[in-house]
Design a protein around this ligand. Sequence first.
Ligand code: SF4
Length: 698
Amino acid sequence: MPDATAVPTHCPYCALQCGMKLRPTGAAEPPAEVVERTDFPVNRGALCGKGRTAPSVLSSRVRLTGPLVRRPDSGALEPASWEEALSAVAEGLRRTRADHGPDAVGVFGGGGLTNEKAYALGKFARLVLATSQIDYNGRFCMSSAAAAHQRAFGLDRGLPFPLEDVPRTGCVILVGSNLAETMPPALRYLTELRENGGKLIVVDPRRTRTAEQADLHLAPRPGTDLALALGLLHLVVAEGRVDEAFVAERTTGWEAARAGAMAHWPEHVERITGVPVPLLREAVALFCDAPSGMVLTARGPEQQSKGTDTVGAWINLCLATGRAGRPLSGYGCLTGQGNGQGGREHGQKADQLPGYRKLDDPAARAHVAGVWGVAPETLPGPGRSAYELLDALGGEVRSLLLMGSNPVVSAPRAAHVEDRLRSLDFLAVADVVLSETAALADVVLPVTQWAEETGTMTNLEGRVLLRRRALDPPAGVRTDLEVLHALAALLGWEKGFPADPEEVFEELRRASAGGPADYSGISYRRIEEEQGVFWPCPGTGPGEDDHAGTPRLFLDRFATADGRARFVPVTHRPPAEETDADYPVVLTTGRVVAQYQSGAQTRRVAELNAAAPGPFVELHPRLAERLGVAEGEPVAVVSRRGRAVAPARITGAIRPDTVFMPFHWYGEGRANTLVNPALDPVSRMPEFKVCAVRLERG
Ligand code: SF4
C-alpha cells in the first residue's frame, strides 16, 4: 500500500542525492521519520547512516530557531527579532560598501544550496551588492575535474552517463574515491560490475574498504597519480593499444599528449609513485582487454595544486584508448556535495553566470542581463576564488555574507581562515545550526532545511531533482530565499528576488536557456513525473518543455567548437610541498562514513557521533613503532601551518610514508589546520590531499 502521508524527497547530504520519503511524526524528536523509497533508480531504497538519521537535525534541540545578534556590551550573540537582524545585516553591508566600495563586500555560498538559492545568491551579489567578490565552497570539492572537463570536452557535467551504465562497462578505474565511506549505496554499481564479469581497478594510497573489492589495487604515493596516469598511457602506446581510428576521428592534440606520455618510462613512474611496473602493465591489460571502460575520479586526484592536469592525464588515457564518447565508456567525476553539480552552474562561482555561462563572455552577460532587466555593463567581472576570497577577509574584503558553509572547519590552512573571519568589520551567516563559523558572526540568520522547503538539486549524474517541502519549519526560521528577498528590499531592490522557489526556478530556466547547462526545458512537473531530468534540456519554445533531456553526453560529438575532444599535454610535477628532513611524512586528508563535510549537521546526530566520535591519525605500524606510539595514544601532526593532535589508529592498510586524517572536526584535531593552501593554477583548487608533516608524540 502506498504511504500517502510520506512525501518523496532526497537526502540532504551528498551528491548521490538518494531518494527517500519523509513521514511527519507529530513529535518534536525527531519531527519526521525516513520511509524507504524504492522507485528512485539511483539508490533503489538504500541509504547510508547519514541519510537514515537525517531527520535528527530537524529537531529544535540541535538547530537554530531564532536570529542572533552580537551585542556590543556583552560581546555575545543574543536573541533578536527578524526585523532587527535583517536591518543589522543590510546596514553592515551598506556601510562597508559606502566606506570601501562594492568589492569590499564578499559573499560565500555552498555546494549544498539548491539551484534556486545558488542562482538567487549570485544575482543578489551582482545586482544588489554590485560586488565581484562571490565564490563558494564547491571550489574545494570538484573544481579541478570541472576545469579538466571543460578543457577536454568543452562541457562540465560530473558524469556524462547515468550510474546505471557503470555495471555494464568492461572495466572501471576508480581514482582517489572511497565510495564505501563517501556514498555507500553507490558501491552496488561496482559490485554489480564485478558480478557481470567487469574488472575494477582502484587507485588509492590507502587500502580502503573500496580498494579491498578491486581486482587490482594501485597504491601510489599521494600527489603522484598524474605520473601514474602518464605511465599507463606510455604503456598503452608502447604496447600498441592506442585506438588510432577513434583518435583520428574524434580528437585533436594527440601528438603533443603522446610525446608527454613517452617521457614517462614505466621504471621512472615506479620510482615516482612507488607502484611496481608489473602492476602498471596489469592495469593496462585489464583496461584495454575489456570491450569498454570508464575512469572515475574523485577528490584524490582533484584536490591537488595540479588537480586539473592530473584529471587531464586520466582523460587522455580514456581518449587514447577510445574510452570516451561511446556507449558504456567515458571519463566521469564523482561529485561530492549534495548540489556540487548544480551549485557550480548557476552563478555563485566567481567566474560564472547562470546556465554555466562565463562572466567574461559579452554574449553571456548580455543574455543574463536581459533576463535580469539590467544593462550588461552594470554586471561586475570575475572575482577571487574561494581560498583567495577567504584570505582577503579583513583586508580588501571587509564584510561577508555567508550561506550554507562552515569554512572554519572545511577551508585549508583553517586557523588562518578563522583569523581572517575574526578580522572582518562585519560577518553575517545564514545556517541551520550554530556552526563554528556562525559562532563568529555579528548576525546569525536561522534558515530552513531540506525537508522544510522546496527546491531543485542536480546530482552527480547531471540529473535535476526536486525536493518538495515535507513538513513545516519551526516558527522562528525563514528560507534562504526569504532572507535574500527581505535583504534585497532593504537594500533598494523591491522586485527581482522572489521568495517562491518555483518562481525563481522559472527565471533560472530563462537565464540558462541557450547556455551549456540549459535547464529551459525542465519544470517541477517534469522532474516529479520522470524521476529527474538530465541537463542539457533546452525548451523548444516559450513555455514548452518537451525535450527528452540528455542522460548520455558526447555520443555523437563533444561540446567543443569542432566537435572533437581535446588531448591536453601534461607532465608530472611534484606537490607544492615535498617532504624533507624537518617534515618527512606525507599527510593526506579525507572522510569517514558517519560524518559529512565539516560535520556541522552530522556531529549533532547521536548515532553518527557514536560511530565516528572524533578525529584520528591513521598510520602504518612501522611509523608508529618509530614514533613509539600505540593504538589510541595521541599523535601530534605538525605542518608548516600548524599542529593537530588526535589518537593513533594503526593499520597496515596505509603506506608507511603517509598518514591520513579525516577533516570533519574542529578543535585540536582539526585536520585542515595543517593543509597547504597552494592553488591549482587553472581551477584554484587548494592542495587538500598532500602536504609535508612531521609526527610527534601528542
Ligand atoms: Fe545521503 Fe549520500 Fe548517504 Fe545517499 S549516500 S544516504 S545521498 S549521504
